[in-house]
Design a protein around this ligand. Structure first.
Ligand SMILES: [Zn+2]
Length: 341
């Protein structure tokens, strides 16, 4: 069988579901932990690998929040953001919508204007120096409740940084019903932001329906359990509402028991626009290229199939029409050149 990894490595890609703090590589986390020695996060990159091994979703959230606690100054934010873009450039990710949780930082005392300037500085530097175009999705950390929702909506609407395109909702789903966040999504949508909540990762398809009806979701983060409801799958396909599938993440958080049981194949078979993403890549011991490899195996894709998957990422993005056209052309040019070798 052909080794598809060299093709994947060079393939221009868009990533739509990847978290800011969750993209901190062990080296950066170790560096931040050393700068903030009162933290319980290990400073040794090897010890971090053990630290990043999760027992369940609740444990994952706990570890994730301990890393969030390392981001304490605008300089921490700027360094993290630019470093994440550098890792993306190495994988030939050309465009990414990075999910940022500003509440986690501002509620820990980072000045809100300093935070916005830090991400915007990093975004401009990443585009100029690395050729990676970044856009932001500001998400509500669901576990922090309505106060966090209020604050996130205020930061998104009143302080709206230039790169902000969408509004999201993350954190645990169990015990955090989606409909309570409707007023905050309404405000963000009225301000021109796109709606991209997580739903159906650790709960059933009813949560995805809630996200569609109450939060007016235009894309769904994960949506793994959608396959349990044929009517929902048909709705997603008919209305071209893409799913942001993150296979390895689903295994790491035990949302799916086994990679071979991952329902991505059923999603594709139902005609749903499927995109492949890495979620919190270093924490899950993966990256986007590896997730494309997983998708190729699960879906039986060859180079053309992988190029189509990369095209899905662009189509489902909130990049402007010209940007989409350019990136799609890059994918096609790369693929034709590869196949003509
Ligand atoms: Zn996520």
């Amino acid at each position: 069988m052909t080794d598809l990894h060299p093709f994947i490595a060079g393939l221009p890609k868009a990533e739509l579901h990847v978290h800011h703090v969750g993209s901190a590589s062990p080296r950066i986390v170790a560096e931040l932990a050393a700068r903030h020695p009162d933290s319980k996060v290990p400073t040794d990159p090897e010890a971090l690998v053990d630290y990043f091994t999760f027992t369940d979703f609740a444990h994952f959230i706990e570890v994730y929040l301990s890393v969030v606690d390392l981001i304490r100054t605008p300089e921490d934010v700027r360094l993290l953001t630019f470093e994440v873009a550098r890792d993306m450039a190495r994988q030939n990710i050309r465009y990414a919508e990075l999910t940022v949780t500003p509440y986690s930082s501002t509620s820990r005392g980072i000045p809100e204007v300093g935070f916005m300037e830090a991400i915007e500085d990093a975004r401009k530097a990443a585009e100029a120096e690395l050729g990676v175009v970044l856009r932001w999705c500001f998400d509500i950390p669901g576990e922090a409740g309505l106060r966090a929702a209020e604050e996130t909506a205020r930061l998104a609407v009143d302080l709206r940084p230039e790169g902000l395109v969408s509004f999201g909702l993350g954190g645990p789903e169990i015990g955090v019903p989606r409909p309570q966040f409707k007023p905050y999504f309404d405000r963000a949508i009225d301000a021109g932001l796109h709606s991209v909540p997580h739903a159906g990762e650790t709960t059933g398809p009813g949560t995805v329906w809630d996200a569609l009806r109450d939060l007016r979701a235009e894309r769904i983060g994960h949506g793994t359990s959608s396959v349990q409801d044929p009517e929902l799958l048909a709705h997603l396909a008919e209305h071209r509402i893409p799913l942001e599938v993150c296979p390895t993440s689903n295994i790491a958080t035990r949302a799916v028991a086994d990679l071979d049981e991952h329902p991505v194949k059923e999603m594709v078979a139902a005609g749903v626009l499927v995109t492949v993403n890495s979620d919190d890549p270093p924490m899950f011991g993966t990256d986007l290229n590896q997730e494309y490899g997983v998708a190729a195996r699960l879906l039986g894709l060859d180079e053309r199939g992988l190029a189509a998957l990369a095209r899905n990422g662009v189509e489902a993005s909130f990049l402007d029409a010209d940007g989409k056209k350019r990136l799609l052309a890059e994918i096609d040019t790369y693929t034709s050149a590869w196949l003509a070798r």
